[in-house]
Design a protein around this ligand. Structure first.
Ligand SMILES: [Ca+2]
Ligand SMILES: [Ca+2]
Length: 145
């Protein structure tokens, strides 16, 4: 699997370079706001996915490091995408990408079922689904170079 990215980037140990960022998946289950705080603690942010190529990368990175654990939650990981401020208006937690250009929703999502405002990757397809922000999922942080 081609998840090693660009070897000329300088990423901290355990962070994987791809294009202009470093990525790291975290393997404990937390709410979305806990995940956002954890990424900040690492001077990073919850992953922002701006292209199909980046979506492919983070999904492959996740699969390559989790094995059969993906099936254990059915959730994979939190992204930074959310519509907490205003229902239906999605933003990335990283405010530098306030406009959402690339979208990769699963069929019939987002459905805001019982007030879902935070987005995770769906495990079998790598496509996006909105989920209750208080649910527990793993999370992926991104740090710009
Ligand atoms: Ca919503
Ligand atoms: Ca949903």
């Amino acid at each position: 699997m081609g998840v090693s990215g660009n070897s000329t980037c300088q990423c901290d140990l355990f962070w994987v370079p791809f294009q202009q960022s470093c990525y790291r998946g975290f393997g404990h289950l937390v709410t979305w706001s806990q995940a956002r705080a954890e990424c900040k603690r690492h001077r990073a942010h919850l992953v922002s996915i701006g292209s199909a190529f980046e979506n492919w990368f983070v999904y492959e990175l996740w699969k390559s490091s989790t094995g059969n654990k993906i099936a254990a939650t059915g959730i994979t990981f939190w992204t930074g995408l959310n519509d907490i401020d205003q229902e239906g208006i999605y933003k990335w937690a990283d405010s530098s990408e306030s406009v959402v250009w690339y979208r990769n929703w699963k069929l019939n999502q987002p459905d805001n079922s019982r007030n879902e405002d935070c987005v995770h990757l769906e495990p079998t397809s790598g496509r996006w689904n909105d989920l209750n922000c208080g649910a527990h999922a793993y999370y992926m942080c991104e740090m710009r170079q």
